[in-house]
Ligand binder design. Structure first.
Ligand SMILES: *Cc1c(COP(=O)(O)O)cnc(C)c1O
Length: 428
């Protein structure tokens, strides 16, 4: 990288500040607690795709639950400001709007991999001929373990049963038409296709509508892991006709480490008249109107609620409510609008660094969320360390990927400029 290019990049700081000044969502940043360096300067935090930042509203809501517990004990189940007995229902409407679902199709429960397992109990129903599961070759490891163990649980050898989607030689992301071709060719042996709506490593956003349709045309069940999609991109799970989906709330959803996760079950699988899917059941999935008759016969709650097993960890669900209020107030479409601008700006800055820096994430904004996956030729790991020393928080994923996710709720255009100009200096 030439000195002139570094100089050019330096000049774009004013452009970044101008974009921030015109940003209609700029004030949202003030609703979050930003980690700082020792001097008190906010870090440029690009890891909202891994652990989102804490909304300022979360603490008071959590304290309320602690206070109600202290003051009421067991009676808080009914008498708390937000009664614990029906607590998960407080998430329902907002969650449904966030993922494009009917309210009864979604539930906040468990954690992500747990939800994948519970949903596969219902939706992975292999037969001798149709038993395979399709995932991305670069699926998140937990998803690989989950599907392999499900296959084994049903008596299949994962080496045979798990089909891993690979990019073409020399490419980084998966082509929709290649998945369609696989489904056309081998669909008869595939029981389930379960992909990350946004791939965690490359940041590729799949065409979920088209792939769901292609999977169904081949007779497969189609489920989505939305860990990197929920709160990042607009979703229309109901209209896309997805069979099921699951996601966590601690990444883009800013609900804290290990927060309660989310799940979606399309209404055609549970509404009146639908053949009952097998399910692992517990008392919280029981019809709440008669749950406390304490009878041994299970009567399912209406909708995705029936997949709940235990009463939820209130303190891990409270931050989800705090965060959903923010997303619901701002709206995912407005967030997406800013997100496209932020990520496009970061991309243009990275492009101007030129040689040694490449972006694995699709160039087409319609095929990505906010994350850009960056490779610094021969030096990603060292570069990541140096960025952190300069107050820029990205993460590093094996083998050589720096992930940077400018999120529209609290990142600024100036953050993007800090990242790119620091990167340029490091490379030089
Ligand atoms: C973050 C992530 C997980 C993490 O699983 P947990 O059960 O929440 O620990 C799983 N799958 C994907 C695709 C992820 O991105």
């Amino acid at each position: 990288m030439s000195g002139a290019a570094v100089g050019q990049l330096a000049q774009r700081e004013a452009e970044a500040m101008e974009l921030d000044a015109r940003d209609p969502l700029a004030d949202e940043r003030g609703n979050f607690l930003l980690p700082t360096d020792e001097a008190g300067t906010p870090l440029a935090y690009f890891t909202g795709n891994s652990l989102g930042l804490q909304p300022k509203s979360t603490r008071a809501m959590l304290e309320r639950e602690l206070d109600d517990w202290a003051a009421m004990g067991v009676e808080g189940h009914h008498d708390a400001e937000r009664p614990w007995v029906s607590y998960h229902e407080l998430a329902r409407e907002k969650l449904a709007r966030l993922v494009g679902a009917q309210p009864r199709e979604v539930v906040a429960m468990n954690s992500l991999t747990v939800n994948l397992h519970f949903l596969m109990v219902s939706f992975y129903r292999p037969t001798r001929d149709r038993y395979k599961i399709v995932i991305e070759d670069s699926a998140f490891p937990s998803d690989s373990y989950a599907v392999a163990s499900q296959a084994r649980f049903h008596g299949f050898d994962p080496k045979d049963a798990i089909v891993r989607l690979k990019p073409r030689n020399g490419e980084h992301t998966i082509r929709t038409e290649d998945v369609e071709e696989l489904l056309n060719r081998d669909g008869g042996s595939i029981a389930l296709m379960m992909l990350g709506g946004v791939n965690y490593l490359t940041g590729q956003l799949f065409d979920m509508e088209r792939l769901t349709q292609a999977g169904h045309a081949a007779g497969c069940v189609v489920g989505w892991d939305l860990a990197h999609a929920a709160g990042n991109v607009p979703l229309k799970l109901h209209d896309w006709n997805a069979d099921f989906a699951a996601w966590c709330h601690y990444k883009y959803m800013n609900s804290g480490p290990g927060a309660v996760a989310g799940a979606f079950v399309h209404e055609r699988h549970w509404r009146d008249g639908a053949a009952g899917l097998p399910r692992f059941e517990g008392w919280w999935g029981h019809d709440p109107d008669i749950r406390f008759k304490m009878e041994p016969q299970f009567v399912p709650a209406k909708g995705a609620d029936a997949w709940q097993v235990s009463n939820p960890p209130i303190f891990s669900l409270t931050p989800v409510l705090a965060s959903l209020s923010i997303f619901d107030r701002v709206g995912i479409d407005r967030l997406r609008e800013k997100s496209l601008a932020l990520t496009g700006f970061l991309e243009s800055l990275l492009d101007s660094i030129g040689e040694h820096v490449s972006v694995l994430t699709p160039r087409d904004p319609a095929q990505r969320g906010c994350q850009l996956s960056i490779v610094v030729e021969g030096a990603s790991r060292e570069t990541h360390t140096k960025l952190r020393e300069a107050g820029i928080v990205c993460d590093f994923r094996e083998p050589n990927v720096i992930r940077a996710a400018p999120v529209p709720l609290y990142n600024t255009f100036h953050d993007c400029w800090r990242l790119a100009s620091t990167l340029a200096t490091i490379i030089r």
